[in-house]
Design a protein around this ligand. Structure first.
Ligand code: MN
Length: 231
């Protein structure tokens, strides 16, 4: 038993639909530009370049239904609705054909982004950390276990702000499906149980202002709703 010199931090976690028990979060990996139309809207040509990844701190997760404070350092907070895969079985160099067996469940998540800081980082060739990995930047709805819903590969993925639809696409538009994303990610790091992978967002990303309500969902997987607080 390890003894700590200060109280050990709590383990971040996400809810599991229909269960009292929660899913412990170890790390959060996110894929950039995984829908062609979104890559284009951000000024890139999506001709199936390998996926690239960035991370968020594990304690950036927030349950659906929460009110989050409008984050500091930005005046251009953006929403990105995403399918989230939760890893239940670890591994490295996982082959595409075996990858889905490593998934414990799926959820609907929002990759909140300080777009103005991201634009500055891109321009200065600096890291994206402050644009992507801030407090409360990874709202994640309740996970649904694979044993109950299987592996969602198609179906509507959408997001609205104050009931105005902003993002409306289909999971089948993913450039790299979940299995490929897991295979690529596990080449770079050893995936472990508790890792979440945000798989990328479709077109229609946009700004959310203080006081607005973000609601999103994926067909067959559920919905997420987050209230953005005052500045
Ligand atoms: Mn994203």
């Amino acid at each position: 038993m390890v003894e700590f010199v200060i109280p050990a931090p709590e383990v971040p976690s996400v809810a599991v639909a229909g269960h009292v028990g929660r899913f412990p979060v170890r790390r959060i990996f996110c894929v950039g530009r995984n829908y062609a139309a979104h890559a284009r809207e951000m000024g890139h040509d999506p001709d199936r370049e390998d996926p690239f990844f960035f991370t968020k701190p594990a304690d950036a997760v927030v349950d659906s239904g929460a009110t989050i404070p409008y984050p500091p350092l930005t005046s251009d907070l953006h929403h990105e609705i995403e399918l989230v895969a939760a890893i239940g079985k670890g591994g490295n160099d996982i082959p595409v054909e075996a990858a889905l067996a490593h998934v414990w469940g799926y959820a609907v998540g929002i990759d909140l982004t300080r777009r103005d800081l991201q634009a500055e980082a891109k321009k200065a060739a600096r890291p994206w950390d402050w644009a992507k990995g801030f407090d409360n930047s990874a709202p994640c709805g309740p996970l649904r276990p694979v044993e109950s819903i299987g592996h969602p590969a198609k179906g509507r993925i959408w997001l609205s702000v104050d009931n105005e639809t902003r993002q409306d696409a289909d999971l089948s538009d993913l450039i790299w499906p979940v299995a490929n994303v897991i295979a690529f990610c596990s080449k770079a790091v050893r995936l472990e149980p508790g890792d979440l992978i945000f798989t990328g967002t479709p077109e229609g990303v946009g700004r959310v202002d203080p006081g607005q309500q973000i609601t999103g969902g994926i067909e067959g997987l559920g919905e997420i709703s987050i209230q953005v607080g005052k500045r």
